[in-house]
Design a protein around this ligand. Structure first.
Ligand SMILES: CC(C)(COP(=O)(O)OP(=O)(O)OC[C@H]1O[C@@H](n2cnc3c(N)ncnc32)[C@H](O)[C@@H]1OP(=O)(O)O)[C@@H](O)C(=O)NCCC(=O)NCCS
Length: 194
């Protein structure tokens, strides 16, 4: 089932069959370089994670597939979904590295923004990005997100303490960036949400 469809990628709910790729990608040092995941991970740990995540109302976990060729290239999601603040944290990994810098990550973020603001009625979507994650900085910049601030020496990963940017987009800014108003959302093309 395709839940959210873009031009290059579609997102479907993360399934058990997607676990081996998730484990392979999380354990890849090149991917780890810009992340701070609990590593190494394993199939059994990830099965346990998934069993909790799938029933957790504060998370929506997706797999990213190419529209052309139906190739599984990554995973993403919204988590820490909080009411009444109506905010959620976004994560995204394009695991197949040959797809980096091809616009796939940006479209996955864009689809999650749409899902969060339209389907979940969120007011804010935010994320944390390591200082040296220039690709991720560019992705959110393209989508109209803002830098809220720099958390100095916030996290420890791969042998050093690191600074982290907090980035976010507010519902009102997302509407302006996409030339929409609240009434437009009633007519938002359902074809994107199959
Ligand atoms: C970050 C990530 C999701 C971006 O996905 P992507 O498909 O590569 O992103 P896009 O191609 O849509 O956009 C990336 C942009 O950053 C630019 N970019 C990539 N690497 C860069 C670098 N080292 N320095 C400056 N710009 C860079 C690209 O040129 C592109 O900009 P452009 O469209 O203006 O040319 C992906 O690289 C990834 O999964 N990395 C590993 C995990 C990770 O860091 N996830 C995010 C955690 S916050």
């Amino acid at each position: 089932m395709q839940l959210l469809k873009g031009e290059k990628v579609y997102l479907k709910l993360f399934e058990e069959e997607d676990i081996p790729n998730r484990v392979k990608w999380i354990n890849d040092p090149d991917i780890q370089f810009t992340l701070n995941y609990d590593i190494p991970t394993s199939i059994s740990k990830t099965k346990r994670w998934f069993a909790n995540a799938v029933m957790d109302p504060t998370r929506r976990e997706f797999s990213i597939f190419t529209v052309e060729g139906d190739k599984h290239i990554g995973f993403c999601g919204l988590f820490n979904i909080k009411t009444p603040a109506m905010k959620a944290e976004l994560h995204c990994v394009i695991g197949e590295k040959e797809y980096w810098s091809g616009g796939y990550g940006t479209e996955a973020y864009k689809l999650l923004d749409e899902y969060g603001f339209i389907e979940l009625g969120l007011n804010k979507i935010y994320g944390f990005q390591l200082l040296h994650n220039h690709g991720a900085h560019r992705v959110v910049e393209k989508l109209g997100w803002k830098r809220d601030g720099l958390l100095r020496e916030e996290t420890y990963s791969h042998g050093t303490v690191k600074d982290v940017y907090v980035v976010s987009i507010l519902r009102k800014d997302w509407l302006i960036h996409n030339h929409l108003n609240e009434d437009d959302l009633l007519l938002f093309p359902n074809s994107r949400h199959l």
